[in-house]
Ligand binder design. Structure first.
Ligand SMILES: [Zn+2]
Length: 303
């Protein structure tokens, strides 16, 4: 009888750790994006995203570009608004180049061009999100770019949960181009269903790989789709047991300190960690196949 309360505490603590650990930070690439889209202006997309985050007291990191209006007077005003609202402003380079095509020296120039733009802003955060998540095609290049980042006082911000939000957004654009008054509810439902699956898949991968829940980082884009569905997306996270934390807390998780320069390109940081250890390769292939099937399903649904 003596040990029973003790056992209960152990069991409680175990579940407590599992439950409390299911957390993520939202990271948004390609902002503040003022390009014309159907339905909403760039100003309206920025306003809606900020409003959705404000209502739920969620802080995110916006990885900014100079193109798509980022370096225009209104782009800078929007970046300021994101920073003043408590969000972090990270660096996604000025022109969103492909590192593999331009090499480290030109990539550095592009990074610093954007840095000059965002450095004076509130929320400035010297963290780089690589465009296309491309960190260099060979070990030598990957190491060179990491040295360059350190010299500039920068860290890199990988992603543990990549999504196909960009693809759903493309299909949404095609649909609205064809039928401007189309009902977007089915796209919204398919998109949220995609996110539920991908979140669960990466949560399970993290638990199998680490024996715990890391603080995840979810990759989303500053686009029309997310501006339209963000309140629903935040509700979905809540109802699926995901706690949203700030980006600083997320990148303090030790998984993001792991050196993966020998592994090569991988969309998911967890996937790259598993490849480095040579484990869970079946699980990774399954997740990749799941993404491909969802992409194909959507293509069939919206031509
Ligand atoms: Zn991008």
């Amino acid at each position: 009888m003596f040990f029973l309360p003790f056992v209960r505490v152990i069991v409680w603590c175990f579940f407590c750790t599992i439950m409390a650990g299911q957390s993520l930070s939202i990271t948004m690439d390609d902002g503040p994006n003022l390009d014309a889209t159907p339905k909403l202006s760039g100003d309206e997309r920025n306003r809606r995203l900020l409003e959705a985050f404000r209502e739920k007291h969620v802080r995110v990191v916006l990885f900014a570009n100079g193109i798509r209006g980022g370096d225009s007077p209104s782009g800078i005003r929007w970046l300021e608004a994101w920073g003043k609202a408590g969000h972090r402003i990270g660096n996604h380079t000025y022109s969103h180049p492909n590192l593999d095509e331009i090499g480290v020296a030109r990539f550095k120039e592009d990074l610093l061009r954007l840095d000059r733009l965002i450095r004076p802003l509130p929320g400035y955060w010297p963290m780089l999100r690589f465009p296309f998540l491309l960190e260099g095609k060979g070990v030598v290049e990957r190491q060179a770019v990491q040295v360059m980042l350190k010299e500039q006082g920068y860290g890199s911000a990988p992603v543990s949960i990549p999504t196909y939000d960009w693809f759903f957004n493309q299909r949404l654009h095609s649909l609205l181009k064809e039928k401007p008054d189309a009902d977007i509810a089915p796209v919204r439902a398919l998109y949220l269903q995609h996110l539920v699956g991908i979140l669960k898949g990466h949560r399970d991968l993290g638990r199998k790989l680490l024996g715990r829940d890391p603080v995840h980082t979810l990759l989303l884009h500053h686009n029309l789709l997310n501006a339209l569905v963000m309140p629903d997306l935040l509700r979905m996270l809540d109802s699926n047991g995901w706690k949203v934390v700030g980006p600083e807390e997320a990148y303090r998780d030790p998984i993001y300190d792991e050196d993966l320069t020998t592994v090569g390109y991988s969309e998911s940081h967890l996937g790259a960690m598993a490849r480095k250890r040579g484990v869970l390769l079946k699980e990774i292939r399954f997740l990749e196949a799941q993404l491909a099937v969802e992409k194909a399903n959507l293509k069939e649904y919206i031509h």
